[in-house]
Design a protein around this ligand. Sequence first.
Ligand code: RIB
Length: 305
Amino acid sequence: MPAKVVVVGSLNMDLVTRAERLPRGGETLIGKSFATVPGGKGANQAVAAARLGAQVSMVGCVGDDAYGEQLRGALLAEAIDYQAVSVIEGSSGVALIVVDDSSQNAIVIVAGANAQLAPEVVAGFDAILQAADVIICQLEVPYSTVGYALKRGRELGKTVILNPAPASGPLPADWYASIDYLIPNESEASALSGLPVNSRESAEAAASQLIAAGAGKVIVTLGAQGSLFADGARFDYFPAPKVEAIDTTAAGDTFVGAFAAALAAGKSEAEAISFGQVAAALSVTRAGAQPSIPTLSDVQAFSPS
Ligand code: RIB
């Protein structure tokens, strides 16, 4: 029986254009392509965990529009349990994404139905949380709901992961004691800690501060540089495999979902981080959010060049 990962989080339809570069304020650019692609940090992490070997349930909300139907359909296609993805009146979450020729992106999200994922909705699916081995949250649903899910996960004795994305400032102080693994990227680590994070030393300083705040362990993802693991006693660096990136959208989500799936399957932290890094590296070689996420056989077949 595969291990059980439960994701409490967002589902968005991504409206993606490719352009030579990101537009400046007030500027109109001619794009090269347009696509609608299932995304949302929560759903992306659920898809990553499922493609990489975990049995996955998702708790979230979509609107009663065509996007909502497609977003639930995308979970169904991955055999993800979506009985706890409620359909509510109104629009689904959307993300407006521009990807440039250097594979960087700019994203604006509109929460839509994700804003309706109240703590009471999650509490109504407590049996799903109880069945979890690992619970993952992000920050695209109301903070009250994230706080509830983290604390309930801790009460139930589950492994609790928070990917604090997108982050605009410090986290509520009373969340930290419920977090086993806090997984920010550099800018999120900076927003959470209030420290600039742009080097190994500064990533270590931020990670130490987040552990002092109460997080169990911190993994700062450093993009093409790999990731930094910190547990309060030591720092470990995990270099990223070298690949040709065409679109970094959902690379962080792929890392988080892959890490959770590997951890739930009983792998060590080091194995789970390395596994996550290969999965994330593969994801940046493909376009889009969910379409870019590799399968277990893709990861197993990967050999660094
Ligand atoms: O992390 C990538 C995701 O961020 C996209 O799929 C988009 O929906 C936004 O939530």
